[in-house]
Design a protein around this ligand. Structure first.
Ligand code: SAM
Ligand code: SF4
Length: 349
């Protein structure tokens, strides 16, 4: 175990066999060491800074039916909403006044937002705020669509791969395909976006092989950002009553990702913060360096219920975040927080 951890720290790579050995034999003291190595790696790459992003959930309509998600098409209990361009701009102005330099526009896959509508929204944001980064998280679209949005000024795109195990992916995503998801990630990267991938911890049937698949996939894809969060079971989905993902496994995955991709931007996710009152602190100590704070209108927040009990820290609570991260020797960075040394290299993923 010691040699494997050392290799991981010094070479930032492991074979599948080494990863499986590590996952199968990690004792508590090894885990602590792993977290420490990951935390030290963040300090070496980005320093003790946590980047903040303003997250705007602008639509909860979704044409997909992902088995874990409360926004899935078949959940008729959701009160659906969409924000207009004007409403979006009003919300972002709140964030701008507070000094936010990255806005994440997230939503279900909502065909209402055509390329034309989105291009207009993105251009308006970029015209108004010259120095902000716009991140999109709006699911799968055609390459042409991604190109138009990129040309309009979008800088980054979050599209978690959810799981790199095809069989598991296909079993959870009726009407979608693993191959198409991966193709979208490659398209986004080729176009020039800073791309975010990531996965859910604790999906039904997950094994150490599943976790290793995820980590090795990330190593090959080399995304700029990686979002990893525990599954939180939603009562109005097919995964109702299913056990939530483990915090410990989530933190282990954050650490391993930090060590495999030292320059990645890794959030302490909302799901982690929902399951653990100290999710942010624990996430940082395990290698995370991003936090997304909510800037959706109050009426929208309750309706964007991916899972129950979502912990919402909003953009006004920066002071609280500052105090919390200080406990783990970090400080809030209000800059754009771009990836360092990002290369758009495409390998065979
Ligand atoms: N619709 C877009 C997509 O799927 O890429 C973006 C919005 S979607 C709500 C954002 C992420 O929420 C998904 O990538 C998924 O990993 C996560 N998610 C959805 N339901 C979840 C649940 N019950 N527990 C944990 N994470 C969940
Ligand atoms: Fe829609 Fe995204 Fe939820 Fe899947 S995870 S149902 S694509 S909002």
């Amino acid at each position: 175990m010691r040699e494997i951890l050392e290799k991981l720290y010094l070479k930032n790579s492991l074979t599948r066999e080494e990863l499986l050995y590590l996952l199968g034999n990690l004792m508590e003291n090894d885990r602590d060491k792993l977290y420490r190595l990951a935390y030290n790696t963040t300090l070496r790459t980005y320093g003790n800074r946590i980047f903040v992003r303003g997250l705007l959930e602008f639509t909860n309509y979704c044409k997909n039916n992902c088995n874990y998600c409360g926004l899935r098409r078949d959940n008729k209990k959701v009160e659906r909403y969409r924000l207009s361009k004007e409403e979006i701009l009003v919300s972002l102005e709140e964030g701008n006044k507070l000094g936010y330099k990255t806005f994440v526009l997230q939503g279900g896959e909502d065909p209402y937002y055509t390329d034309e509508i989105l291009v207009d929204i993105i251009k308006s944001i970029k015209n108004r705020y010259k120095d902000v980064a716009v991140t999109l998280s709006i699911g799968e679209r055609s390459r042409e669509s991604y190109e138009k949005l990129y040309n309009a000024g979008a800088d980054r795109f979050l599209l978690r791969h959810e799981t790199a195990t095809k069989k598991l992916y296909d079993s959870l995503h009726e009407g979608m395909s693993f191959e198409h998801r991966i193709k979208c990630l490659i398209n986004l990267k080729e176009i020039g976006y800073q791309v975010g991938a990531g996965f859910i911890v604790g999906l039904p049937g997950e094994t150490n092989e599943t976790l290793a698949d995820n980590l090795l996939f990330l190593k090959r894809l080399e995304p700029a950002m990686v979002g990893i969060g525990p599954l939180i079971s939603h009562p109005d989905t097919p995964l109702r009553g299913f056990e939530n993902g483990s915090i410990e496994t989530t933190l282990t995955m954050i650490s391993l990702t930090r060590l495999l991709l030292p320059n990645a931007l890794i959030p302490a996710t909302t799901a982690l913060n929902t399951l653990s009152s100290e999710g942010l602190e624990k996430g940082i100590l395990a290698g995370a360096n991003v936090v997304m704070l909510n800037l959706s209108p109050i009426e929208a927040r309750k309706k964007y219920e991916i899972y129950k009990g979502k912990e919402i820290t909003d953009i006004h609570q920066l002071k609280k975040i500052e105090e919390r991260v200080k406990k783990v020797s970090f400080k809030v960075d209000m800059g754009r927080g771009d990836h360092i040394n990002y290369n758009g290299r495409i390998k065979d993923v």
